[in-house]
Design a protein around this ligand. Structure first.
Ligand code: UD1
Length: 426
């Protein structure tokens, strides 16, 4: 068991390059099931969620070879099972992304029903309703979802109640071979969905409108394997932008499209943070104290829920009071109570947080509640007085590759230490 130890107060400056997007890579890996043969994915982040998706594919019979640290070669010609066990779904909810591709390829799938997770109940009812409209029948038995469409799917119109990322992706992947045309209305518009549609179109699918609220999928025959590079991770980029903003020294963040962080960067400018946009990079710096702003999370192009904790951390040291409203997940403020241990002044009322800026944070032992909350606590530690120790860092490893190394390269005093040594040092 390791913890992250941060010594606050050191300058953080220079350049950092982000990896491919976790939330895209996982779905692209699932989508390889649709094209029997060898697909090569470049710019895949080397993080634990990707390792779990690799295990899911192997469980189904695929061969997953690591060509180099960011390139996977996935042979799905050998896939001969359509069952994903709870032991894997329990480790990562995004394993349910194989549901759509398995139904499309085999006309059936058995996927363990995901439980809730730290940020909420995270139901999959919209995935199921959409797939039912396409002709899939479902049975839930002993905790598993049994999906079946022995005669194939038939294109139809599906209106999502909420622009769910996962439901949009599962419906796109399920309908690539459907008879006729499928229309998804109120579809999610995240850049990762555009990346998925781009790869599927390269494979021979016919998908129009990805990135808009209406996506049309005209069913086609077999898809063929391709080589594809994962889109840059806008949330990793946003996390480093937030880190640069809280510390204040200039940092250039490379390897992503700044348009994918449109509203986040505009909000940061309103906070008095300087943002210089390049084609595939952004330079962040700050001279004055952070100004308060109100933010509310919404599906893309709204403010991403995955940037809420990092931004609340920034606002916790702003000169004034901000209101943060979480509209996407019902339980995503656990990070705030850990940040309070570091001296912040945050009051939670339902899905609103009132954040009264304080002059300084103080180092403390805190527990990472989830992936983004964990990164935000490390971020807080960089400006807190003294030493901060972040526990439960497996959450951070799910989505950030070499997080401590990248921070150290920027000058931060951050290290991973064995939890037992930390006790001795304490
Ligand atoms: C994905 C991202 C996650 C991000 C989220 C929102 C991945 C692996 N994860 O999660 O990082 O925070 O999008 O941008 O890509 N819901 C239902 N029923 C459903 C589906 C969703 O009630 O059938 C609810 C969820 O509980 C949640 C909200 O809708 O409250 C949004 O969920 P969704 O957009 O589906 O997020 P994920 O795909 O799970």
């Amino acid at each position: 068991m390791e913890v992250i130890r941060i010594e606050g107060g050191h300058p953080v400056t220079g350049e950092v390059t982000v990896e491919g997007a976790k939330n895209s890579a996982l779905k692209l890996m699932a989508a390889t099931i649709l094209a029997p043969g060898v697909t090569t994915l470049h710019n895949v982040p080397n993080i634990s969620d990707v390792h779990i998706m690799g295990k899911v594919l192997k469980e189904l019979g695929a061969k997953v070879d690591v060509v180099d640290v960011h390139t996977l070669r996935i042979d799905t010609s050998t896939v001969d099972s359509w069952e994903t066990p709870y032991s894997l779904v329990a480790q990562m909810r995004a394993s349910t992304a194989v549901l759509g591709p398995l139904i499309a390829r085999f006309g059936q799938a058995v996927v363990a029903m995901p439980g809730g997770c730290n940020i909420g109940a995270r139901k999959i009812d919209m995935h199921i309703l959409g797939l039912q409209a396409l002709g899939v029948t479902f049975d839930v038995d002993h905790g598993d979802i049994h999906a079946s469409a022995p005669h194939g799917l038939v294109g139809t119109s599906v209106t999502l109640e909420f622009a769910s990322v996962g439901a949009t992706e599962n419906l796109i992947m399920a309908s690539v071979h459907a008879k006729g045309t499928t229309v998804i209305d109120n579809a999610a518009r995240e850049p990762e969905i555009v990346d998925l549609a781009n790869m599927l179109n390269k494979m021979g699918a016919h998908i129009e409108g990805a990135g808009t609220p209406v996506i049309e999928i005209r069913g086609v025959g077999e898809l063929h394997p391709v080589t594809h590079s994962v889109v840059g991770d806008r949330i990793e980029a946003g996390t480093f932008a937030a880190i640069a903003a809280i510390v204040g020294n200039p940092v250039t963040v490379r390897g992503f499209d700044p348009l994918h962080l449109g509203l986040v960067l505009r909000k940061y400018e309103q906070m008095g943070i300087e943002v210089e946009r390049g084609e595939r990079e952004v330079r962040i710096s700050r001279t004055d104290r952070i100004k308060p702003v109100d933010i509310q999370t919404l599906p893309f192009p709204g403010f991403p829920t995955d940037m809420q904790a990092q931004t609340m951390c920034l606002l916790s040291v702003a000169q004034g009071t901000s209101i943060v409203t979480e509209n996407v997940f019902e339980n995503r403020f656990m990070f705030a109570s850990e940040l309070q241990r570091m001296g912040s002044d945050i009051t939670i009322q339902g899905h609103h947080a009132v954040v009264r800026g304080v002059e300084r944070l103080s180092g403390a032992e805190v527990r990472s509640p989830d992936l983004r909350g964990g990164a935000a606590l490390v971020m807080a530690g960089l400006v807190a007085d003294g030493v901060t120790t972040v526990l439960d860092i497996y959450h951070i490893d799910r989505g950030y590759e070499r997080f401590c190394e990248k921070l150290r390269d920027l000058g931060a005093h951050v290290s991973r230490v064995s939890a037992s040594f930390e006790v001795l040092e304490g």
